[in-house]
Write a protein that binds this ligand. Structure first.
Ligand code: ADP
Ligand code: ASP
Ligand code: MG
Length: 422
């Protein structure tokens, strides 16, 4: 007997038929004698729809009221899943964020979980009741509804798994595991049986949206065992206990040496949510770069890739960097306002860019990973506009139109293609 937290994403919950299938999957685990808590997302597309309503109502909406609106999607699906489970004869009830409660801190629309009172939930699970928790939502210090940022239900699931000391946190989605790259783009992508926390954290942070970055960081810190698997299975599938066929996220110590040695690169991710800004003819002198990035930091805008180009004549240089797409307008405004202080000539935005990243712990002990990347892209005429690296990652910025080509070319270049792929 195990204690399991199961999380179902938006496509798994999209409509009553899908919810009925989820109820069957959940009931199978409960019938096998496990204690079960379920974390659900809103139906696919619903959160986008709710976000758009807020934007329509006012471009300068109150984030606290935004949270009231967008948290509702998960409230609907948690109630519906409880009803579907009850109709299968299971004992089930919903536990909203404020009822548990899931206490959060920091800003509305991007709150962080501070603590979860798992006592009542654990008691309910022990009594054989299936607990259903809407993901994404929490309760602020002053008693208001909060949400955890897009994709946050993964983080809710991991936090609840930690709070009830679950043996496993199973993340059910619309693909059957973590692949070497997005399987919806590269058909030759291969499913990975195991990925280390460190690699998954890096992959998620550079755009592999299969798990929200924060959920992986939290699982690493709390020692929660995560498995990614598909809810799109037929009714004859009967999984119980530990024979689930997805991808396990594990510590490096659980990784077999052969797994780590075999592949230099574990995965490749892409991110189309960054925009590039270039400032031309910035004075090439000490302190100049600080005048650019200080006002951006004050406006809480995260800068990712940065390049300072070779100085021109007359002591001037161009500076290029990337910011999240959603912050582009604000970044442009902040820089325009600081123009006098910075002393640039032109401010050029470009949203037609994508970041492609290769990730792998094998990189720590091998040279030539970046060279392989640059060569493979050059051979296909893909121009690199910026580069960043970490101990286990190399990222390049390219023109967005080349995203799919770059993913395919790099997948082949690093020997990741599935053997049986067409
Ligand atoms: P959910 O609604 O279940 O949370 P998401 O859409 O957030 O699902 O995440 C699942 C999607 O992540 C997949 O449909 C897939 O297109 C995408 N994805 C991107 N990179 C990867 C990867 N390396 N492995 C698996 N899926 C990936
Ligand atoms: N429904 C929320 C979103 O779409 C949270 C989630 O599904 O993880 O971002
Ligand atoms: Mg998701």
């Amino acid at each position: 007997m195990a204690r399991i937290v199961m999380k179902f994403g938006g496509t798994s919950m999209a409509g009553i038929d899908r919810i009925r299938r989820v109820a069957q999957i959940v009931k199978q685990q409960a019938d096998a004698g496990h204690e079960v808590a379920v974390v659900v997302s809103a139906m696919a597309g619903d959160t986008d729809r709710l976000v758009n309503f807020c934007r329509e109502a006012s471009s300068l909406y109150d984030p606290a009221e935004y949270d009231v609106v967008v948290a509702s999607g998960e409230q609907v699906t948690s109630g519906l899943l409880a009803i579907a489970l009850q109709s299968l004869g299971a004992k089930a009830r919903s536990w909203l964020g404020w009822q548990m409660p899931i206490r959060t801190v920091e800003a509305h629309s991007k709150a962080r979980i501070d603590s979860i009172d798992g006592e009542a939930l654990t008691a309910a699970m022990q009594s054989g009741e299936i607990a259903i928790i809407p993901g994404f939502q929490g309760l602020s210090e002053d008693g208001r509804v909060t949400t955890l940022g897009r994709g946050g239900s993964d983080t809710s699931a991991v936090a609840i798994a930690a709070a009830v000391k679950a043996d496993r946190c199973d993340i059910y989605t619309d693909v059957d595991g973590v692949y070497t790259t997005d399987p919806r783009i590269v058909t030759r992508a291969r499913k990975l049986n195991k990925v280390t926390f460190e690699e998954m954290l890096e992959l998620a942070s550079v755009g592999a949206k299969v798990l929200q970055t924060r959920s992986v960081g939290l699982a690493m810190k709390e020692g929660v065992r995560i498995q990614v698997l598909s809810s799109f299975t037929d009714e004859n599938t009967n999984w119980t206990a530990d024979d689930l066929p997805g991808t396990m996220i594990v510590g490096e110590d659980e990784m077999e040496i052969e797994d780590m040695e075999r592949q230099l690169i574990t995965g490749i991710a892409h991110d189309k949510n960054e925009a590039k800004i270039t400032l031309t003819r910035v004075p090439d002198k000490p302190g100049a770069v600080a005048t650019i990035f200080a006002p951006l930091a004050d406006a809480a805008i995260n800068v990712d890739m940065i390049i300072q180009n070779v100085g021109r004549e007359k002591g001037e240089t161009d500076v290029t960097f990337t910011v999240p797409n959603v912050d582009l307008d604000r970044a442009m405004q902040v820089l325009e306002e600081a123009k006098g202080k910075i002393g640039f000539n032109r401010l050029i935005p470009d949203t037609n860019v994508a970041k492609i990243s290769v990730v792998g712990v094998g990189m720590k002990s091998h040279a030539g990973v970046a060279a392989t990347m640059f060569k493979a892209l050059a051979e296909r005429g893909v121009n690199i506009q910026a580069i960043t690296t970490s101990e286990i990652k190399v990222s390049v910025l390219i023109e967005e139109d080349y995203t799919e080509l770059a993913l395919r070319v790099l997948h082949t270049a690093y020997g990741l293609d599935a053997e049986d792929a067409a």
